[in-house]
Design a protein around this ligand. Structure first.
Ligand SMILES: [Zn+2]
Length: 488
């Protein structure tokens, strides 16, 4: 049967991608695509197998005469994000992705395309098969479940790979090489508070933060967007500074550990005679926050509403608990803590004050720290933990995931840079990302692994608008082939 991809070059890459897109492979359902790749390896007489987690490894002998060259690992992931438009009938566990070519792009029809990371997998298969590509011994490593938990990389057997140089094929940017990512770790703090009956003549008031942009706590953190929880505790601190007595009934905000909080609420009680002063102080806090964050968060709102007298609003935290909770939340850092020297413009270390909830006498806090430098990550979680311990909370540090520290003098990076300049007459950008990648996990299992990540231009990955730019697939193939030749 003919396919819209039949006429595209490089032929071998598109032949493999055309086959891959017809094999269902949403995350956590990689059985069939793994079988497909294993069958291909066996058909070429290559040593092929799967580890206990389901990752596929195919060993490709060197081009004759290059047997002594270092082993190079080519790595991509087998799974894809299954997203579709609501008006499209499509079963990601059964149906083949329908593709169409529009100008210089390949699209799917109403679904994700799976170029992330199907093009990476297809490209590795193509270079292994292409007699024109000169290379040393290769290990093709295809991981499972990258998209919903980095499971394959997390559980990778540390004895599986012989290679100590790895080229990851999961970058979505032409003209860029990636050399680093952030590791991350969450900290949970649990406060137990004591409540007392509110004084007579006090009224319950809700102070709300609304309209912030929020965003991803990794890739958006450099923008210094407002954190609704920080807005809220700074407002309460202003109320305290103004000498207005208040008791907290509840405090809550944020929803996900990896999202910057967009909304937060506190219910407090103040003397009825202080209500006017409270409103004035909140308005002044709103003005100050607007001055500070108005440009990045133009939609911000601080609202103050007097509530009905309900039983749940009658018990307030004792003053001691009010103070220690407020101070701990004020002391907890949020935002960028350090910028990278190795990669200009990269956030090296950050913290997100992510979620606060109140349930009965328990106030829980979740924070999420990131850094591409593991000692800095440990120092940050320690600092966050200390702020909450000083506030009298029980602190728990959750197991995180490792970062990939950028190494500008990496051999594989410098070979790829030289090849890129020679082949395309321009310098690619050298970048890193302030979020997790498989390379962080693989590097932890294989200390000293020299790594770089490359790929073609893929727009809107993880959405039904996902598309891959055809001309950049050819460039990617040339960059990878020539880099392998240099390393052989
Ligand atoms: Zn990917």
């Amino acid at each position: 049967m003919s396919s819209p991809l039949d006429k595209l070059e490089p032929r071998l890459v598109w032949k493999h991608f055309d086959a891959i897109r017809q094999v269902p492979r949403p995350s956590k359902h990689e059985e069939r695509i793994a079988e497909h790749v294993v069958a291909w390896g066996k058909s070429l007489g290559l040593a092929t197998g799967r580890d206990a987690t389901g990752n596929v490894l195919v060993k490709v002998p060197a081009t004759p005469g290059h047997e002594k060259a270092p082993v190079i690992v080519l790595q991509g992931h087998l799974d894809m994000v299954p997203e579709k438009n609501s008006d499209v009938t499509f079963d990601f566990e059964k149906d083949a992705i329908q593709v169409r070519v529009v100008g210089d792009y390949v699209y799917a029809t109403g679904t994700t395309l799976g170029a992330d990371n199907g093009i990476g997998v297809a490209t590795a298969m193509a270079v292994a098969e292409d007699p024109a590509v000169v290379h040393g011994p290769l290990e093709l490593l295809f991981t499972v479940d990258e998209e919903t938990g980095l499971t394959g990389a997390t559980q990778l057997d540390p004895g599986l790979l012989a290679g100590r140089t790895l080229i990851n094929l999961d970058t979505e940017e032409d003209a860029a090489l990636y050399i680093g990512c952030a590791g991350g770790a969450d900290t949970h703090a649990a406060f137990t508070v004591t409540r007392e009956d509110a004084l007579a003549q006090t009224v319950p008031v809700r102070i709300s933060v609304r309209g912030l942009r929020g965003g991803h706590s990794g890739v958006d953190i450099h923008e210094n967007r407002g954190n609704a929880l920080k807005f809220l505790v700074r407002t309460l601190a202003a109320v305290r500074r103004a000498g207005i007595e208040f008791g907290i009934v509840s405090i809550a905000g944020g929803s996900k550990h990896n999202a910057i909080p967009r909304e937060a609420d506190a219910v407090v009680r103040v003397a009825a005679s202080s209500e006017g002063a409270l409103r004035a102080t909140v308005n002044e806090a709103a003005r100050v926050l607007k001055e500070e964050f108005g440009e990045i968060d133009p939609g911000q709102r601080l609202e103050c509403a007097t509530l009905a007298e309900l039983p749940e609003n009658r018990k307030v935290f004792i003053r001691f608990d009010n103070e220690r909770l407020l101070d701990a939340l004020l002391a907890c850092p949020h935002g960028v803590l350090a910028m990278s020297r190795a990669v200009p413009g990269l956030v090296e270390t950050s913290n997100n004050l992510a979620v606060v909830t109140t349930e009965g006498n328990a106030v829980s806090v979740v924070t999420s720290s990131r850094s591409s430098v593991m000692p800095s990550l440990a120092a940050t979680t320690e600092q966050v933990g200390a702020a909450f311990r000083l506030g009298g909370a029980e602190v728990e540090h959750l197991e995180g995931y490792p970062g990939w520290k950028p190494n500008p003098s990496s051999i594989v990076l410098n070979r790829a840079l030289a090849v890129y300049e020679r082949e395309f007459g321009a310098k690619p950008a050298v970048k890193a990302i302030h979020a997790g990648l498989e390379c962080g996990l693989i590097g932890e299992k294989y200390p000293g692994m020299d790594m770089v990540s490359m790929g073609p231009q893929i727009e809107s990955p993880h959405s039904p608008d996902e598309r891959v730019q055809i001309s950049t697939v050819g460039r990617f193939y040339r960059l990878l082939s020539e880099t392998l030749k240099e390393l052989a």
